[in-house]
Design a protein around this ligand. Sequence first.
Ligand code: GLY
Ligand code: MN
Ligand code: MN
Length: 446
Amino acid sequence: MRKPTITAREFAKRRNKLMGMLGSDAIAIVPSSSEKIRNRDVEYPFRQNSDFLYLTNFNEPDAIAVFVPEREQGEYILFCRDKDPTAEQWTGIRAGIDGVVEHFGADDSFPIDDIDDILPGLMEGRKSVYYSMGNDHHFDQQVMDWVGTIKKKIRNGAHSPHEFISLDLFLHEMRLFKSNAEIRMMKYAALTSIDAHHAAMKNCKPKMWEYEIDALYSYEFCRRGMSHAYTSIVGGGKNACILHYIENNQKLNKGDLLLIDAGAEYQGYASDITRTFPISGKFSDAQKQLYQVVLDAQKAAIKEAKSGNTWNQPHIAALNTITHGLLELGILKRDNDKSTNENIKQLIKDEAYKPYFMHKTGHWLGLDVHDVGDYKVDEEWRLLETGMVLTVEPGIYISPSDDVDKKWWNIGIRIEDDVVITKEGNEVISDSLIKEIDEIEAWMQS
Ligand code: GLY
Ligand code: MN
Ligand code: MN
């Protein structure tokens, strides 16, 4: 697959669509991320704010995008770091204020250091200010300071905005629906994760360490110029039962399962994929039985991920299959006076599955791994629609407990794929990654 990209035209289309929704009496302000110190002079790798990236394609820190619909001198204004040869020698080349007009489609640009002098003037006379509030205390304060600057000029006839609205309302709804180009980006990220998962299965041997397997993912992602969409979970044996296990520093034992939740990120777009496989290359009977329940649950959930169904329908399908499976295996207890269906209904009502399946079946996926977008509209689960992308990731995790036969203890299994809702139903973009028991065993032993 050739490296996909998103055209400058698509970025401009997004900005125009947003400004069309805001209207001519509004202004929207979107800050970039800033660099974060790890310790003393060392910074964390820079990751752009996804809202900012979605609208600008500009990957520098210390920038603020301002959208002023129908402003004659230009609607899209980018404040950014100006060129500075001395600073650039240390920290890298900057686009500069001319560069963002030439290469990033800004109508107008100013040095970020001048923003306190210029932004109040852009806000003045606009009724509403749209921004993402409550995420960054410093930025919230900055917006209020700019309003304060205008208020000081009220006796000179200045009008300060009087409505402050969350930009998320419009912007996150836009981000929820992926364009064809975005889906190509996500497929490309998924393909890399798939190669890495296949490599992990192939190379895994008893007595290796979790971090040795973790390193295979970093290698596969890095050599394609990609990064991690999130910290990988590489959990052998009982560690697979810890949902957010990221230490990845234990030895892998023959006879245990290994759960790996790892996804590459390509130009901001995430993949999020989990597979669970036997460290020795062969499932035990107990592992096989539980694995098949999770796999059946995942397939049942994927079937329900289609236009017109609600967000929650895949989860309900997974719950039904898992509860049924746990009942059949004797992990959930049967009331012999009731039919199997009645038992399942009651167990779901009582949330009896919760000690073993304690998370939801998925989430939106996009520029953020847990992507933006509401799950409910007017208190009801929203309908799935073409262009939405979600994960489907049921699991079963059995920690030691007197309630459960010892043979199930410390088995943790999750199977996670990335699913695009299409006109016809759905497309599983991580589908070429094997997940059937016999496929995994054959691949690991080949
Ligand atoms: N990798 C994070 C998740 O599956 O939600
Ligand atoms: Mn995941
Ligand atoms: Mn996930």
